[in-house]
Design a protein around this ligand. Sequence first.
Ligand code: ADP
Ligand code: ASP
Ligand code: MG
Length: 405
Amino acid sequence: MALVVQKYGGTSVGDAERIRAVADHVARTRAAGDDVVVVVSAMGKFTDDLIRLADDVAPTRPPRELDMLLTAGERISMALVSMALAACGVESASFTGSQAGIITDTDHTKAKILEMRPDRIREALDAGLVPVVAGFQGVSTERDITTLGRGGSDVTAVALAAALKADVCEIYTDVTGVFSADPRVVSTARRLPKVSFDEMLEMAATGGRVLMLRSVEFARRHQVPLHVRSSFTWEPGTWIVEEDPTMEEAVVSAVTDDTSEAKITVGGVPDRPGIAAHLFRALADRSINVDMIVQNTGANGLTDISFTVVKTDLDAARDACLAVKEEIGAAEVTTDDQIGRVTIVGAGMKSSPGITALMFETLSANGINIEMISTSSIRISCVVRANRVAEAVRYLHTAFGLDAA
Ligand code: ADP
Ligand code: ASP
Ligand code: MG
């Protein structure tokens, strides 16, 4: 008998019929002899609707209150799934993140899990119930309700799977697994039967939103096997596992796209030690994550520093730069929210020369200008204009031989 954590994303619980299908699948898993813990997201696009509602009500959104509002979405799903399970003859009980013992820091809207105390979930399992847990939420060390960042139900599921020592964490979604590119962007994308944690981390960090980045980090750290699969077809999907050293690695496994970031350029700063440290300390103190960074040494001992942040952090990042502009002697701070990023990922890249050249040649042959570049040993990312990203992904998918036959 195995313990399985099953997480159902927004589309998977999008309406009454979908919720009944989920309950039916949970009932079948139980009938096959496994214990199940269910984690649910808010129905459909309900979280987006709540954010819009907050915007309509007031221009300011105190983060504590925004979290209180957004967690309502998952509460609705958990109660409805529990009711549907009862109708299938499965005894269950729903739990908020707080009741499930998910303790976070106080960083509202993007809280990090500090500790898991899932005593009530264990008790429910011992009593023969199926616990249904609201994803995306926890309770802070200050006893306030927090959320874990967009897509955070994936983190809830993995954290519970790790704490309960589950045999597998199944992520049910609206595609049949992890593909060689977003199947909504590249119609010829292929489902990958297996992806290594290293590759999945790079994919999640560069726009492959099928799994939230932090959930992949958590799963790797705690050795939780992940199985991404469809709640529409229920067929086996993609396993995210430790790299198998006996397998030949694909040079390029996937191409990702991301238009969620914006670029900030701090221009005309003196080129001397301490300037970048001062600037990025100001950003770090506001909990702003910086992604790509490029520094161009210009003339007269002056330099430009450009970096990217998620668009939702753009205003806060600009304010942080303006706050230290005089201190670091910068001439100007400019922003650009029309950028996008295209990335190729592959564990075999580290031992294959010529990959970078082929990527740049493919983009240039199609008249796509590269504005920033960043690399890791198994990834190359290029920033291009946002309106060229989708075609760039398709050209690269073809150039690296990833199109389905
Ligand atoms: P859920 O609500 O189930 O969490 P998400 O919308 O967060 O679902 O993630 C699933 C979506 O991720 C898919 O509908 C797909 O468009 C997108 N996606 C992006 N990149 C990939 C990829 N490489 N493989 C599969 N899906 C991807
Ligand atoms: N409902 C939340 C969101 O839309 C969390 C999740 O779906 O994972 O971001
Ligand atoms: Mg998701």
